[in-house]
Write a protein that binds this ligand. Structure first.
Ligand code: GUN
Length: 285
């Protein structure tokens, strides 16, 4: 069994991003990221401060727009319009979830697609589905990068994705389909989850349910990617996979923490760098 070390890989990627940004600086380009944080959800606040810190380390200029839970949709749209027009900003990220009074799709559709470093705008979603160059959501992109690093080729493999969200499951499905995998996608209405997971060469799960994937649900030598993050009452952080019993059966598995999580931030930095390069094509060789 090989443990896929996302922490180590993400550090390597972050170092490379930093180096490339140092080169861009010599031609007067500093990538800029604007983050919108609405309300005071503790998890969102933690993620945003991690993203801020990662930007600072990489040499990306970042600004966080913090807004109260009670903010109106129009006010957010106004702020987005301002950021869309701001030439110092290459990437825009709206931390999700948004409060109930806000139409999330309307907000995401307002982001300039060329600054959409989360890859949630329908323009980028459509380009991904069509296998065209696009901004790809950071978590599934991080999983693909892990496969590459560990010599795992999804082509011809049977993959089972558990969780069909716009942020993880659906983009993961499209990336894998584009890479030549046969993909099964399961969700809350799936009749018999085990029937799907147990025949897969690769199981990818991200639903936020500790212990959802047990030993009997994966076949021998499976590759298991755990995107879940759950905090137990004891304070311990665990994924959606019962790691202790599942890991010995696997050929590869990601731990939680230290697996997919750190890759998400590394991919955000790469996407921001990509946006900055795209937007300064004349200055970049
Ligand atoms: N909320 C949970 N995951 C994400 C993510 O990848 N990006 C954003 N913007 N919000 C999230």
């Amino acid at each position: 069994m090989t443990l896929i070390n996302g922490k180590e890989l993400s550090q390597k990627i972050r170092k490379n991003v930093k180096k490339e940004i140092e080169t861009l600086e010599t031609v007067g380009i500093t990538p800029g990221l604007a983050v919108l944080l609405v309300g005071d959800d503790p998890a969102s606040k933690t993620y945003v401060s991690m993203k801020e810190k990662a930007c600072e380390e990489a040499g990306i200029y970042s600004i966080v727009h913090k807004m109260p839970n009670s903010i109106s949709q129009n006010k957010i749209l106004e702020i987005l319009d301002m950021i869309n027009k701001n030439d110092y900003i290459d990437g825009i990220l709206v931390q999700l979830p948004l409060p109930a009074q806000i139409d999330t799709n309307k907000i995401l559709e307002t982001i300039d697609p060329s600054k959409d470093v989360d890859g949630f705008h329908p323009f980028n979603v459509g380009r991904l589905v069509s296998n065209l160059d696009s901004f790809v959501p950071c978590t599934p992109l991080g999983v693909m990068r892990m496969f590459e690093e560990y010599g795992i080729d999804p082509k011809g493999k049977d993959v089972c994705i558990v969780g069909a969200s716009n942020i993880v499951g659906k983009p993961m499905l499209n990336l894998l389909l584009n890479a030549g995998a046969t993909v099964d996608i399961c969700h809350i209405f799936t009749k018999d989850l085990k029937a799907h997971t147990s025949k897969a060469d690769i199981v990818i799960v991200g639903v936020g349910k500790a212990g959802l994937i047990s030993q009997d649900m994966v076949k021998d030598n499976a590759i298991v990617i755990d995107i879940g993050i759950n905090r137990l009452e004891s304070g311990k952080l665990v994924g959606d996979v019962d790691f202790k019993t599942v890991a010995p059966k696997c050929s590869f598995i990601t731990p939680v923490p230290g697996g997919v999580g750190p890759m998400t931030i590394a991919m955000l930095l790469e996407n921001t760098l990509k946006a900055a390069k795209n937007r300064n094509k004349k200055k970049v060789k």
